[in-house]
Design a protein around this ligand. Structure first.
Ligand code: KG4
Ligand code: ZN
Length: 344
């Protein structure tokens, strides 16, 4: 039984949508008491990408020990919690199911409210953990392995998707280019590192400025692949650092231009960066410069909060819980879902 006088506001966040098993305890929505992340990167590295079936099995092995450690580090018991938040989409269905089933079982056993969290809303809310004063409204650029989206965050529970990629996600393009260049998975950090030694103007790769706030990276991906193939056919040497730097510059240029444009058009005075690709050093630097020139405040999370983690899910769950958006024990995984869908 929960103690009746529990006054602390503690949310356990659970994240298993891809290849990280993570659990965290967050107090009052903003204070991280623990954030345990068990990464499967070394397991998937030899396959050059995430193998869904293996990811699900690894989540099953790790989920309970990770939760135990998160509670222990936060020095709390299940009975001290106010709610349990879990990512239920978008993501790999088998991977999501492990988190969802675990969260439901814990919620039922400990008689706690359950909150279903949208993974990308979690990424956006990582910024609220990094900057405790930050409040909506703001514009969010979400760049991850699976998504590239511009989201107007009008309130804690009010989202409006104003642009997204029509084909590949930014992170997907990074991973694909890295793979063909023989770099290990995940490719984003590898390209980022290599690009620092290269010339971003060495090769003029295309910048696709598709309609309004949408993005497209498949043309750029093909252009880089064609360049690499033609060099190979001609048996000419190319400079990998220049390819990495020129490719990265093309991605960053489009992301920066579109984000500044979207913020100006909507009159937003704050922009936040979110998702795995938010770790990219060039993107952070160029977006900071461009937004400063427009006198728009810029926020981005520390590297550890850019990757998939339970703390961002607990933070997001806190704001849903406060507004009464809890989920029934029939909650199911949703491999594809839209922003705001968990709000009914
Ligand atoms: O958000 P995330 O952990 O997973 C999804 O929700 O999809 O993002 C993972 C993506 C991968 O594509 C990875 O290559 C990319 O983020 N990434 C980066 C960097 N660090 C991670 N991309 C570019 N530069 C980085 N420094
Ligand atoms: Zn993610």
């Amino acid at each position: 039984m929960k103690s009746l006088d529990h006054k602390r506001n503690l949310v356990l966040g659970l994240e298993t949508s891809c290849d990280e098993t993570s659990a965290a305890v967050v107090e009052d929505g903003r204070i991280i008491l623990s954030d345990v992340i068990s990464s499967q990167v070394p397991v998937h590295q030899k396959f050059g990408g995430v193998v869904p079936e293996i990811a699900s099995r690894k989540h099953i092995e790790h989920v309970i020990p990770v939760i135990d450690q998160a509670l222990k580090e936060a020095k709390v018991e299940l009975a001290d919690l106010s709610a349990i938040g879990v990512t239920y989409g978008p993501g790999l269905v088998g991977a999501l199911l492990v988190g969802v089933a675990t969260a439901k079982a814990l919620a039922f056993a400990a008689d706690l409210p359950l909150v279903g969290v949208h993974h990308l809303e979690g990424h956006i809310f990582a910024n609220l953990l990094a900057n405790r004063e930050l409040e909506p409204p703001f514009m969010a650029l979400v760049v991850s392995g699976g998504h590239t989206s511009l989201v107007e965050v009008k309130g804690y529970n009010e989202f409006s998707l104003i642009g997204q990629t029509r084909d590949d996600a930014a992170g997907e393009a990074f991973d694909k280019i890295a793979r063909v260049m023989g770099l290990p998975y995940p490719g984003g950090p590898q390209i980022d590192r290599l690009a620092r030694q290269g010339d971003p103007k060495a090769i003029a790769f295309p910048r696709a400025m598709v309609h309004e706030h949408d993005f497209s990276f498949s043309g750029l991906k093909s252009a880089v692949l064609n360049y690499l193939n033609s060099m190979k056919q001609k048996q000419e040497d190319y400079c990998p650092a220049d390819v990495a730097a020129s490719f990265q510059a093309a991605v960053v240029d489009v992301l920066v231009t579109k984000t500044v444009q979207a913020a100006k058009e909507t009159g937003m005075k704050k922009v936040v960066l979110a998702g795995g690709v938010a770790a990219n050093s060039s993107l952070r630097e160029k977006l900071a410069e461009a937004l400063a020139a427009e006198k728009i405040d810029f926020y981005y999370p520390p590297l550890i909060l850019c990757t998939d983690n339970g703390a961002m899910i607990a933070c997001r769950a806190h704001y849903q819980f406060e507004a009464g958006f809890t989920a029934p024990l029939t909650l199911n995984a949703r491999p594809t879902m839209r922003l705001g869908q968990s709000l009914g």
